[in-house]
Design a protein around this ligand. Structure first.
Ligand code: BES
Ligand code: ZN
Length: 687
């Protein structure tokens, strides 16, 4: 404490000269909490363990950014000005989350007055949470302004050389703020508990277009000076920015696509149903409240499938496969405009309120546009994935409402439990209460909690009053609680059956037994979902002869469909099908979407030669990977324990030995189309 005070007074003496004080060294822990010790986990359901912010004392009501975007230095630099709502009359500091930011100056402004320098302390960096920034503000000024710049290694930004774009001429950059990376490009109360409106002025080189999660103007002049406004209040993880050679094409009056010129027409064709999706969701859950809904197609290094940045979902190009078979991704990101962006989880451990609700709504949109057969196939695929992932998951991670302290890294909230168990729970409620009753409930829920951040407990209270209590005798509180707070899947969870997958199962089984491929008259009509199901049900390894037969017939190696590559290449690796290696290397270098490439890295890392190949490819691919993908691959390779001397198997065990009945997940009903279907053999694929 004393050290801090001495530094503070020294600092005060220098203020006139320096215009403010920035101390990057780790201070001794102080009573005012300037140390970077993990925030204590208390029992309050609403506490966010992944933010240093103290929203009970003060909240950011509005943010005004003025930033210069510079590709040469790979930085954003400028000011963030906060309009503050002081909740606690005794508060004397604004605590912000930061990660790897260089803070140049901090100032405060009383109502309409002059800007006055303020002192701040930037604590030592925590690997997960970044650095707590404590701004001393005993006068509780109405506004505070921070002058800062980002690091070229900011975890939430990727800077791409022109060669890494489709056009090859113009550099590209984009942000990915969820879960806690916004703090690497804006000092913020980086917790979904706090919502604020924002404006931004961004300057950039003239040949790039800048877009944000805000009111992008389809007709904006590309003049290097861009202004944005986001009047609806959003949590920090929905802050987004992108810049590059981007052009716009409309889909409807309120929807369209931004993409590089060479990609935009293909994207418009693939995503032509976007307006229909918006209309279908409005029909179910009330008006779309964000005005425009545009899609931004990113380069293939984007680490996720999609990100629901408000008014401008960020989308991987890997779903543009020419037949609209993967557009449930658009349904998903659009659905977040209700579940997530409108009603938000108040912390990462209630992530299922975002992703589970969204996966359920996504499936309803798919059903409305493409019919129940397609929706059911997608449910079955995701539940088979859930079943696999839960096998290796500790029980405390298998619950929807994760307890405080369990989730170390908030990105782990991305598990199949929050997505697929969450969606399964809502489907269960729909069947119990009836579709029209449940639809009305959900619509009321979105209206009731619009623009708020809530916990599972708040949802549960609301559901008890408006669902369980309103229709007594339909669902006991014990059943309700089991879904929310217990591991595994309740035994009476609804089964989704897919007759079309039954056909796939029979075809696969017949081929495994007789080497007789199904007639083209059957497979010609198969969609991506059926091929995914075909591949997922294969044994762990096949013989080279078997793999070659499949490859000759269906050209899986070099498939442009990432969902198939995600399943085919690990099978090829496990089976020692080295013919696929050049294609695997290209795939791992071209694509940075984690879900697609991690299973192949995992399969490679299991043998010594495979691990050597993985290391070699990674070294070459790494400059093109996003920091999030780089971190995942590094972690996997560092933890790899290849079986010594083991070469990949080249001979498959007989099919019956490879396909034991898969009943080891307790109380988990079969969710697939046919009881004879071999269980999926994939490693968990998560996002
Ligand atoms: N919001 C998520 C992406 C996300 C979640 C990023 C948590 C970081 C932390 C997005 O809506 C999402 O779920 N994307 C999925 C798509 C999907 C399930 C259709 C993805 O990227 O795979
Ligand atoms: Zn999502």
């Amino acid at each position: 404490m004393r050290t801090t005070l001495i530094k503070a007074s020294l600092c005060l003496a220098l203020l006139a000269l320096a215009g403010g004080c920035s101390r990057d060294e780790a201070p001794a822990p102080t009573a005012t909490g300037a140390s970077n010790a993990r925030p204590a986990v208390d029992d309050a359901a609403e506490r966010d363990e992944h933010s240093y912010a103290e929203p009970e004392k003060v909240v950011i009501d509005d943010l005004a950014l003025a930033l210069a975007l510079d590709f040469d230095s790979r930085t954003l630099a400028g000011t963030a000005t906060y309009t503050l709502d002081w909740k606690d009359a005794a508060a004397d500091a604004l605590v912000l989350d930061t990660r790897d930011l260089v803070i140049e100056r901090v100032e405060g402004q009383a109502d309409g007055g002059a800007w006055q320098p303020l002192q701040h302390v930037l604590a030592a960096r925590d690997a997960l949470l970044g650095s707590r920034m404590t701004i001393e503000a005993p006068a509780r000024p109405a506004r505070i302004r921070v002058t800062y710049r980002t690091s070229p290694e900011a975890s939430g930004l990727q800077w791409l050389q022109p060669a890494m774009t489709a056009g090859g001429q113009t550099p590209f950059m984009f942000s990915q703020s969820q879960a806690i990376h916004a703090r690497s490009w804006v000092p913020l109360q980086d917790t979904p508990r706090v919502r604020y409106s924002y404006t931004a002025r961004v300057t950039a080189p003239q040949d790039v277009m800048v877009l944000m999660s805000a009111d992008n103007d389809p007709a904006a002049a590309r003049d290097g000076d861009y202004r944005f406004s986001m009047p609806q209040k959003i949590p920090s993880y929905l802050m987004a920015i992108a810049a590059g050679d981007l052009v716009f094409r409309p889909i409807s009056a309120r929807a369209g696509v931004w993409a590089e010129p060479s990609a935009v027409d293909g994207a418009v064709a693939e995503f032509a149903d976007t307006e229909k999706m918006i209309a279908a969701t409005e029909q179910l859950y009330g008006p779309y409240r964000w005005e425009r809904y545009d899609l931004l197609v990113l380069p293939p290094s984007f680490p996720f499938g999609g990100m629901e940045n408000p008014r401008l979902s960020f989308i991987t190009p890997t779903v543009i496969v020419g037949d609209q078979s993967l557009v449930s991704l658009i349904a998903h990101e659009l659905a977040h405009s209700w579940s997530g962006n409108l009603v938000t989880n108040s912390s990462a451990r209630d992530g299922w309120l975002n992703e589970g609700f969204t996966s359920y709504v996504e499936n309803r949109i798919v059903e409305a546009l493409y019919g129940k057969e397609r929706a059911d196939m997608e449910f079955v695929i995701s539940r088979n994935g859930l079943r696999e992932e839960m096998k290796t998951m500790p029980p405390d991670m298998q619950v929807l409402a994760v307890k405080p302290g369990v989730l170390k890294d908030p990105d782990d909230a991305l598990s199949a439990v929050s997505y697929d168990k969450g969606a399964w729970f809502l489907q269960f409620l729909e069947l119990r209460f009836g579709r029209s009753e449940f639809d009305a409930f959900l619509r009321g829920y979105f209206d009731h909690f619009a623009f708020q951040s809530i916990s599972t407990a708040t949802f549960a209270d609301y559901a008890r009053e408006n669902l369980l209590g309103k229709y007594p005798g339909k669902l006991s509180d014990a059943e309700f609680q089991a879904w929310l707070y217990e591991p595994g899947i309740p035994a009476d969870a609804p089964r989704t059956l897919s007759p079309r997958f039954g056909v796939v199962d029979s075809a696969r089984l017949a081929w495994l037994g007789s080497a007789q491929l199904p007639p083209p008259v059957i497979t010609d009509a198969w969609t991506t979902q059926e091929w995914v199901h075909f591949l997922e049900g294969l044994p762990q390894t096949l013989t080279i002869v078997q793999l070659s037969q499949l490859d000759t017939a269906y050209a899986f190696t070099r498939t442009p469909n990432g969902e198939l590559a995600q399943r085919w290449y690990p099978l090829a690796v496990r089976s020692g099908y080295v013919q696929a290696n050049p294609a695997i290397e290209q795939f791992l270098q071209r694509i940075g979407r984690r879900k697609l490439i991690m299973p192949t890295y995992e399969a490679l890392a299991r043998t010594e030669p495979g691990l050597a190949m993985a290391r070699d490819v990674f070294a070459r691919a790494r400059p093109g990977y996003h920091p999030i993908t780089t971190a995942s691959v590094e972690q996997l390779l560092a933890a790899a324990k290849p079986v010594p001397g083991a070469a990949p198997a080249t001979v498959a065990p007989p099919p019956e030995a490879a396909d034991p009945a898969d009943d080891d997940v307790r109380a988990m009903p079969a969710s697939d189309g046919d009881a004879t279907r071999p269980a999926p053999r994939q490693a968990p694929t998560g996002n």
